[in-house]
Structure formats: C-alpha cells, structure tokens
Design a protein around this ligand. Structure first.
Ligand code: ASP
Length: 336
C-alpha cells in the first residue's frame, strides 16, 4: 500500500499528521503485539479485512506459550485452573464475546462466531465452551508446563495468606517484591498483559479485539474488563475504537473504552480522550502503586493515540512504512 495517503474526512482534517495512520493500519498493546502484528500484516496489506486482522493478531498471541497473560501459556487462577476471556467488535450492532472459557484456546475466534451466528453478544463459562465444541473448536489443554510450574512455585514459596489474586499487571514475586521502578516494560513482571488490537483496513472499516487469561491468581470466577463490550474494548464506526489493558476493575468502574470512544465521537482527539479516561481513574482514592492502565485509541479518520497511567507500557504499530514498537505519547503519572 506504498503511497496511500493517511485517512481523512472533509469534516475532520488531520491536525497532527504524525499521529494520523496510513490506511491500512494495525495498533496493538505491549511489545508482544509487534510479533503478532508482523504475522497479521501481510494479509491486511494485501486488502484483507480489519476484522480478520484483529482475529489473526489475537490468535497469534493465544498460541504463544511465552505470553503468560493470553491464551495458552497464560497464568492460572488461585487454584491453578485456567480460564480465558475475549471479545471482538465492528460496531454496536456487530460484536461478540466469551468469558471463562476452560477448554478452548481461541476466545476471540469463538467470540467472532458468537457475533456471526447467534442473536447474542456474550456467552459465559460452560455454555461458551459448549458453543465452541459445536463450532468445531478443538478441545485443548490451556495450562502450559511453564504456567503450571509458576503456580506450583507460588504454592511452595508464598504463605497461603499472600496468595490472593494480584491486581494484574503487578505480580508479587516470591521475594515479595511488587515491581521495579522505571520505564521498562519488564517492571510489569511475569511479562505483560492482555492483547488488545485495533485495525483499520483499506476500505476504512474499523475493528477491534481483546484476549486475555485475566489477572493471574484471580479468585476463581473472576472476569475482568477485557471481554466486556464497552469496558476492555469498544468500536463505533462513528466515534472510533479503543482498547484497554491493565487492572481490569479500574477500567470497568468507568466503562473505560466506551468513554474514550464517546469522547472521540464528540470531537476529541484520541490522546485527549485517553487522558480523560486515565485522569478519571487516577482520581480514585484507592489507587495502588501497582495499578497500571494503558489505552490505545483510533478514530475513523485515522488519528490514533496511546497513553498509560504509569511508565512501562509499550505499543506496536504496523503500516505501509513498517512495524514499530513505541512508548505511549502520554504517561499520566511519570514519576511512579
Ligand atoms: N485487563 C485484564 C483483566 O483485568 C488484564 C490485563 O490487561 O492486564 O483481566
């Protein structure tokens, strides 16, 4: 797509060309998003759809055992059991979601089938797994040897009262250390979090997806923001798309992704919308040092933005100019 100009509409000219995407465009959370973007890019660049691209990015991460917060390889709940959540969205009329999946590796693909083949938006637990069985998803082990080992180590080394769920992305390591300071992604220990991905294809269609194994060591049954439309992900062709990662409860409390899109619908640039979302979260009196939230957002006219509460977040972009791993343009609490 060499030479294709940035997307724009007459109503909203591009004021800041450095943050206006060339179409098609892929935007993913965390550094592992870069490998996934690279895998999904050729099809999108060849004229593929944004919905196929966001599913491909998610599937790539769900299959990678090195990513300990998404799909196979994710860390289990308090009792050592795995459960996966994911959703996909094109518009308020076209979205699908599953949560607490226990037997299938690809929640985003199942969510896409919920969107395409049912009158519903969200299926949960055993019903969602049964739906996946009926749609020929193979039954697979979700707990990788590495994740099992991490859970067993935790059982051995941490006293029982310290084994409560950790407000992902902070994880209490066996020495009781929460995280290192500084602007290094590794401070969010046990690698990183949810894959959240937004795309716009050459026809200008927006799509988004979100996939996670949730907070490590969570209370069994806990579901976070990621699979909930309007919380972890929201896409509206008229307003834009946003996806969040980090401590899900903080995002859920303010309908974070919906809020970002709604602000963009009102005319806000993505960076300003993200700032407002993060400021609302930062106003909470119970914010803990280990809480992190990051948001990426993309408007239908190609403007995009990124921001995080604290340092250490990375995002990956792909367009005709290549693949990039970037720091967010906004860190609300830089010294923390
Ligand atoms: N937001 C996800 C959750 O709370 C996890 C994450 O993104 O770190 O389940």
């Amino acid at each position: 797509m060499e030479g294709v100009p940035p997307v724009s509409t007459p109503e909203s000219p591009m004021e800041s060309p450095e943050n206006a995407a060339r179409c098609p465009f892929l935007l993913s959370t965390w550094s592992f998003g870069q490998r996934a973007n690279e895998a999904a890019w050729p099809a999108l660049a060849a004229g593929g759809s944004s919905i196929d691209a966001v599913e491909a990015v998610s599937v790539f991460c769900e299959d990678d055992p090195e990513i300990d917060s998404v799909g196979y390889g994710g860390l289990p709940d308090r009792d050592g059991a795995m459960s996966l959540d994911g959703c996909v969205m094109l518009s308020p009329e076209q979205c699908g979601s599953v949560c607490a999946i226990r037997r299938h590796r690809h929640p985003v693909s199942i969510a896409r089938q919920v969107m395409d083949h049912t009158p519903h938006i969200m299926l949960a637990g055993e019903g969602a797994d049964a739906f996946a069985d009926a749609h020929d998803h193979p039954v697979e082990e979700l707990l990788s040897p590495g994740a099992r080992e991490a859970w067993e180590k935790r059982q051995r080394e941490l006293p029982e009262q310290s084994r409560a769920s950790s407000p992902r992305p902070v994880d209490v390591d066996p020495r009781g250390q929460l995280f290192a300071h500084g602007d290094d992604e590794s401070r969010w220990s046990n690698n990183h979090d949810t894959i959240g991905v937004l795309a716009i294809d050459e026809r200008g269609t927006l799509a988004g997806a979100c996939s996670t194994s949730g907070m490590p060591w969570k209370v069994p049954g806990r579901v976070g923001d990621s699979p909930i439309i309007g919380h972890g992900l929201y896409v509206d062709p008229e307003g834009g798309a946003a996806v969040a990662t980090g401590t899900g409860e903080l995002v859920m409390a303010i309908c974070g992704s919906f809020l970002a899109v709604e602000l963009m619908r009102g005319g806000a640039m993505p960076g300003d919308a993200i700032r407002e979302v993060l400021e609302r979260i930062a106003k909470r009196s119970d914010l803990e040092p280990g809480h992190q939230i990051a948001v990426i957002a993309l408007r239908p006219d190609g403007h995009w933005g990124s921001g995080a509460l604290r340092p250490g977040f990375r995002l990956a972009t792909s367009d005709a100019g290549g693949h990039q791993l970037l720091k967010p343009e906004l860190v609300l609490l830089p010294g923390t």
